[in-house]
Ligand binder design. Structure first.
Ligand code: CAA
Ligand code: NAD
Length: 287
């Protein structure tokens, strides 16, 4: 494999492009507007510079990685890729429409970075269910060591083996998860984040007290409300909705306050406001 296509240049797409380019792959990064892809490249440049400053990457390697990333808004450009990773908005219809718009090379593998949606069902909307797999990265991709590999019902052994090989070349640790709603990590993590939002909505604690509680009382690196903002409240809501719809289990119902925040457009750090306001030099709790 030489060339990786990444579709969607948001929080995850820019991180996947970053680590792929740093591992020596040529990268084609696409989004619906060139301005979004250009913003992603600026983010990658900033994050590579942090790694240079910390001494984990040389300046020459960072420059070479950035030069390997080509931006586009035309999905036809992904025909040059050996592996295409879809990292667009967590919405099944959006993903299915993207897959239907692709004309990939016959040998190319196709993966989805979905957080929760059925890999088997997504695969069935493509022209290559045997060469389709879930490949779930964690945010922020350059710092998080894990990748979940989720084979769908039709995923071939060869495709799965190539996903493992790719994860290894990126320096990530891979685990395999069954194609069950939200897989392993989000199955456990997202209900915890949702529960923290229930607790906030019920007045059990303030934003600061809930976050401090989990940071100091459970040694979490970020409090759950900070982490929910970091993931994106729209993405967290979609994950909870997928889990609730797929299982029918009311324990996965989204917290009403989560729904309200997304309705208000307060989708967390990426929009400048969620459970914290990010407009100043330091995040300020909003409740
Ligand atoms: N590339 C990208 N982002 C970087 C970076 C790099 N090289 N270096 C730092 N960052 C980002 C951080 O996200 C954060 O953002 P801002 O400064 O821009 O506000 C900042 O840089 C923090 O920098 P630090 O140097 O202080 O980083 P740190 O060493 O304290 O570690 C962390 C930060 C690794 C993110 C840590 O806080 C952590 O582990 N948090 C929990 C992350 C987590 O749980 N992620 C999983 C989310 S769930 C998911 O991803 C799955 C899903 O489907 C929803
Ligand atoms: P995001 O909102 O930051 O970015 C999504 C990007 O997809 C946007 O730039 C949007 O313009 C683009 N997009 C939408 N429709 C498109 C189309 N038709 N063609 C090309 N691009 C399109 O979202 P994100 O957090 O990067 O999430 C992307 C995927 O990764 C989702 O499936 C999400 O569940 C998953 N994921 C998210 C996280 C997280 O912590 N945020 C972690 C792991 C996996």
């Amino acid at each position: 494999m030489n060339t990786i296509g990444v579709i969607g240049s948001g929080l995850m797409g820019n991180g996947i492009a970053h680590v792929s380019a740093l591992a020596g792959y040529d990268v084609i990064l696409s989004d619906i507007e060139m301005a979004r892809a250009e913003a992603a490249r600026a983010t990658i440049q900033k994050n590579l510079a942090r790694m240079v400053a910390k001494g984990s990457v040389t300046e020459a390697d960072a420059d070479a990685a950035l030069a390997r990333i080509r931006l586009t808004t035309d999905n036809a450009d992904h025909a040059a890729a050996d592996l295409v990773i879809e990292a667009a908005t967590e919405n099944e219809g959006v993903k299915a429409r993207i897959f239907q718009s692709l004309s990939l090379a016959p040998h190319a593998l196709l993966a989805s970075n979905t957080s929760s949606i059925s890999i088997t069902r997504l695969a069935s909307t493509t022209d290559r269910p045997d060469r389709f797999c879930g490949l779930h990265f964690f945010n922020p991709v350059p710092l998080m060591a894990l990748v979940e590999i989720i084979p769908g019902l039709a995923t071939s052994e060869d495709t799965k083996a190539k996903m493992h090989e790719f994860a290894r070349r990126l320096g990530k640790t891979a685990i395999e998860a069954a194609d069950s709603p939200a897989f392993i990590v989000n199955r456990v993590l997202c209900p915890m984040l949702n529960e923290a939002i229930f607790a906030l909505g019920e007045g059990v604690g303030s934003v600061t007290d809930i976050d401090t509680g989990l940071k100091l009382g459970a040694n979490h690196p970020m409090g759950p409300l900070t982490l929910a903002d970091f993931v994106g409240l729209d993405t967290l809501l979609s994950i909870m909705q997928v889990m609730q719809a797929a299982t029918g289990d009311p324990k996965y119902r989204p917290a009403p306050l989560l729904v309200k925040y997304v309705e208000a457009g307060w989708t967390g750090k990426k929009s400048g406001r969620g459970f914290y306001d990010y407009s100043g030099p330091e995040p300020v709790p909003t409740r």
